[in-house]
Design a protein around this ligand. Sequence first.
Ligand SMILES: *[C@@H]1O[C@H](CO)[C@@H](O)[C@H](O)[C@H]1NC(C)=O
Ligand SMILES: *[C@@H]1O[C@H](CO)[C@@H](O)[C@H](O)[C@H]1NC(C)=O
Ligand SMILES: *[C@@H]1O[C@H](CO)[C@@H](O)[C@H](O)[C@H]1NC(C)=O
Ligand SMILES: *[C@@H]1O[C@H](CO)[C@@H](O)[C@H](O)[C@H]1NC(C)=O
Ligand SMILES: *[C@@H]1O[C@H](CO)[C@@H](O)[C@H](O)[C@H]1NC(C)=O
Ligand SMILES: [Cu+2]
Length: 634
Amino acid sequence: MNQKTTLVLLALAVITIFALVCVLLAGRGGDGGEPGQAPHCPSVSPSAQPWTHPGQSQLFADLSREELTAVTSFLTQQLGPGLVDAAQARPSDNCIFSVELHLPPKAAALAHLDRGSPPPAREALAIIFFGGQPQPNVSELVVGPLPRPSYLRDVTVERYGGPLPYHRRPVLLREYLDIDRLIFDRELPQAAGLLHHCCFYQRQGQNLVTMTTAPRGLQSGDRATWFGLYYNISGAGFFLHPVGLELLVDHKALDPARWTIQKVFFQGRYYESLAQLEDQFEAGLVNVVLVPDNGTGGSWSLKPQGPPGPLPPLQFYPQGPRFGVQGSRVTSSLWTFSFGLGAFSGPRIFDIRFQGERLAYEISLQEALAVYGGNSPSALRSRYTDGGFGLGHFSSTLTRGVDCPYGATYVDWHLLLESHTPKTIHDAICIFEQNQGLPLRRHHSNFYSHYFGGLAETVLVVRSVSTMLNYDYVWDMVFHPNGAIEVQLHATGYISSAFLFGAARRYGNRVGEHTLGTVHTHSAHFKVDLDVGGLENWVWAEDMTYAPMAVPWSPEHQVQRLQVTRKLLETEEQASFPLGGTRPRYVYLASNHSNKWGHPRGYGVQVLSFAGEPLPQNSSLERAFSWGRTWWPG
Ligand SMILES: *[C@@H]1O[C@H](CO)[C@@H](O)[C@H](O)[C@H]1NC(C)=O
Ligand SMILES: *[C@@H]1O[C@H](CO)[C@@H](O)[C@H](O)[C@H]1NC(C)=O
Ligand SMILES: *[C@@H]1O[C@H](CO)[C@@H](O)[C@H](O)[C@H]1NC(C)=O
Ligand SMILES: *[C@@H]1O[C@H](CO)[C@@H](O)[C@H](O)[C@H]1NC(C)=O
Ligand SMILES: *[C@@H]1O[C@H](CO)[C@@H](O)[C@H](O)[C@H]1NC(C)=O
Ligand SMILES: [Cu+2]
């Protein structure tokens, strides 16, 4: 790469990715060293401070325990005596499924934040299952104003264009328990001989557990779930120990007594019922694989496999943390923003400002999708849209020194799910600053003159972890000192697995004697509402192209000259790029304000990794995650 190319690349990078930053830094009179080391940086203790003066930044704060309680009391009063606690509710009951913050409308929030209008009413969104009526439905009710609610508004039709059919409701824990009762008390005893032979089964024994899958059926209106059976390995992931039995349970009926097993799968073959499977076993027609139960002591255990050894490196704040957390608002010398957890949609941040200027109104996770393949029924059909289970609801407590640095600030999160009483996930969110161990920039010169200049890269991170059954998603929102914001997903936990038989290797890798680690993809969908230099933003595409020219000083020679192309993308259609298609190298969202050199102030958008097309477009499920087709604007 010659020097000219390097310069143009550098210039492009600066223009497209950090144009805004350049303008801001120029305003500060050049890059004057590490801004966080400024002496005015307050030294605060690492614990989060409660919100003391109600004001602007409470707009996005998730509901407190008191607020959740106030909403359930109000709903209990309003919805009458038929309301049953969801922990006990049967499908034919009315119950409160969940309550969370109802986000304020953007226009009203901005009117308050930017123009001093009174804050919009603080409201909650409650999801109610109305099972106890001739036409059961699911309703979404907005309840306000908090903390003392006096009204409720049914927003179901306005949001979904009609009633929400009852069969679409998420499965309550109570429903899973009732399905387990059906499986363990009524069904498995019918195949006791076979199960004893293959899988150490004993009536009233507790050596098997069920695992749910989704979606629950093949067409709209279905509510039938394949449940896989696994050895009940306590204290270590049972997910790697399928015994090869899977049951299709139809649980659509409102009366659990009318639920049925529609199909049985055992070690590669399908049966009409467990009774039929047992008959064929007794007749010697079933080729049974004996699956050893290896307990907790194997490689699947989370216990250390060897002595711990010397302690790993740690990070610490030599002069105390350089950021503060008050309620849901984080303030550092460069950044301010509010954070929260959508009960279903997961981590989100609002009103994100860099050096006092808003860059984005909202950056939020919306959905996480995992699509599987396999040769057993639950693996081959599994498509999990985890937003339906609740990426916030299934957040887990963060362990100091493992999930986040020891010195991080930890914040609790309150939820109301399938209960009349709020729950608290302690230390559900952590905020910390971290040295990346890399220079943000550096130069060492030994050409003409000798000098060195460099700046350590430190980032501010907000993290939470969603544990969706077997896997754990670590969600990071990362704030860089150059004005860049990054969202990251790290996937960990246990893999999903299936009983290994037949052409299993076509659908994954063998990970155990009888276990197939099943092929799958993970995709996450983020909403990014950038407001660079105001609400009006334009999308610019920049790229490079070669154009032939005669060499000016020697016209008989030709040169391929590299040049910049700039294009304003005028419609959303133009600005959305199908996966797999070509797209410009640089895409950025710009205001119509220019920096002092006349370049529009903007913010580059980079997507660093793709899981690929989630599903072929002619799949009947594809429309449920059409966000996977394009990467911008979605
Ligand atoms: C759903 O049921 C509730 C409670 O009976 C009722 O108020 C509401 O109108 C129903 N929704 C629709 C869209 O029919
Ligand atoms: C699994 O085993 C644990 C004890 O090891 C027991 O408490 C639990 O009830 C068992 N689960 C089932 C579904 O049998
Ligand atoms: C599991 O148990 C079986 C039978 O006891 C044994 O042969 C096998 O080696 C064990 N496997 C592992 C991975 O421990
Ligand atoms: C930017 O666009 C807005 C809305 O189209 C317009 O009102 C404003 O005058 C423009 N500003 C500049 C600097 O061109
Ligand atoms: C979906 O498209 C693929 C190729 O793109 C084709 O092979 C398949 O038959 C189509 N399936 C349906 C249900 O249309
Ligand atoms: Cu995975």
